[in-house]
Write a protein that binds this ligand. Structure first.
Ligand code: ATP
Ligand code: MG
Length: 376
């Protein structure tokens, strides 16, 4: 996977900026608020069609403008038989998007996905251990969208059912409509069917990620820590459960909450409420160890994500390191460096080059960014 060039227009604080990537590593240096994270966000949007920072396209379009555009030339491998693809994503402040691959409009998200793959590791990822369950769910979703693009449809279907069921519950709460058990059970059935699809895929993903993450975690921490990662819905669940058993347990969990859901006017069970439990030596990771140890865990999760994507896709994804390298000590930087070598194209942002292990700067190209302008 190689990103050859990126051209962004009216995106965030950029007006019209082209960047050509020539080396395995690109380091983007700049002061705070100059556009470092914005550039990585643009790349991630092409890989996942989601921003890791905001949910509304209005925030992505440069203030005062109507349309933002991200264009990239990517090549799946540097082998002779693969051709570069041109990807274009246009976002409007109104929310409507358009996508093209080699100038052909793609109406389905899943046809656009898969042309570029990326793993981002930013300071926001420290939330994976200490933050809310939402950040862990978002992480799983972002990985799944790239591993199996159909997942983006399943996610949209679930969110649509959830919105409609919530609107129904809210209307009951506000006394706008009468409670109709038959109607309710129709919504329950749709939520359970669409939700179980997400639960099974998320749980399967963790089954695949855990051994890889455990390996990295032990390598970086020096051996004696045992990492476990489990998917935890609001009902008893084992990854080996059959679909019918998950349906059944999901239904029962909803039925137990009917009264409280009507009272609160919202859905309380389902993948939108699920948790990912990270434990180290049987202790919840958020309670375990120092900030440095939690950072080791996040690094292990990210390396696992990279390795899994690489093995499924057949070539390494791009690695986007947003301001995190300087926060890792030299030993952890070394682990990361050895894991990626020159094989993984890496874009790194930093405010200062000083705290980098000098090895990072070999095979690196350094750009400066100031106020949405990149100088080479
Ligand atoms: N929609 C937008 N229109 C115009 N400017 C924007 C928009 N969204 C963000 N910005 C500007 O982009 C800048 C932030 O860019 P970015 O997050 O890339 O900074 P950074 O270089 O990563 O900084 P830090 O080192 O603090 O992480 C801010 O000045 C912000 O006002
Ligand atoms: Mg930033």
């Amino acid at each position: 996977m190689y990103l050859k060039s990126l051209h962004i227009k009216q995106f965030r604080n950029y007006i019209d900026q082209e960047v050509i990537f020539t080396d395995p590593k690109t380091v983007i240096v700049g002061n705070n608020a100059q556009g470092k994270s914005n550039l990585l966000e643009a790349v991630l949007l092409l890989a996942t069609l989601r921003s890791h920072r905001v949910s509304k396209d209005r925030d992505l379009v440069r203030n005062g403008e109507a349309i933002a555009e991200i264009q990239a030339i990517a090549q799946r491998s540097r082998a002779l038989e693969s051709y570069p693809v041109e990807l274009v994503m246009r976002m409007r402040a109104s929310g409507k998007r358009s996508l093209t691959v080699n100038s052909v409009t793609q109406t389905r998200h899943l046809d656009f996905l898969g042309n570029l793959n990326a793993v981002i590791f930013s300071s926001l990822d420290l939330d994976l251990v200490r933050g809310s369950p939402e950040s862990r769910r978002n992480w799983l979703d972002t990985v799944l969208i790239q591993l199996e693009p159909i997942y983006i449809n399943l996610l949209q279907q679930y969110n649509q059912v959830l919105r409609q069921r919530n609107a129904f519950l809210k209307s009951i709460k506000q006394g706008l409509i009468q409670y109709d058990p038959q109607q309710m059970s129709l919504w329950d059935a749709q939520l359970v069917t669409a939700g179980t699809r997400l639960i099974r895929r998320r749980s399967r993903l963790l089954d695949r990620l855990t051994p890889i993450a455990r390996h990295w975690h032990q390598a970086i921490s020096g051996g004696c820590e045992y990492l476990e990662i489990a998917y935890v819905p609001k009902f008893a669940f084992a990854p080996t459960d059959k679909v019918e058993d998950i349906h059944q347990a999901f239904f029962e969990a909803i039925l137990q909450r009917t009264i409280i859901e009507k009272h609160q006017g919202t859905s309380l069970v389902g993948p939108h409420r699920d948790e990912v439990a990270l434990t180290i030596n049987a202790t919840p990771a958020r309670e375990y160890g120092s900030q440095g140890q939690q950072r080791t865990l996040v690094l292990a999760l990210k390396l696992a994500e990279l390795e899994l994507l690489e093995s499924v896709i057949g070539e390494p994804p791009l690695l986007l390191l947003d301001d995190v390298l300087a926060e890792l000590d030299l030993q952890r930087q070394d682990h990361l460096l050895n894991a990626i070598g020159d094989r993984v194209q890496t874009i790194i942002t930093t405010t200062h080059l000083g705290s980098f292990d000098a090895h990072w700067l070999n095979s690196s190209r350094i750009f400066q960014v100031e106020n949405g302008k990149i100088s080479f």
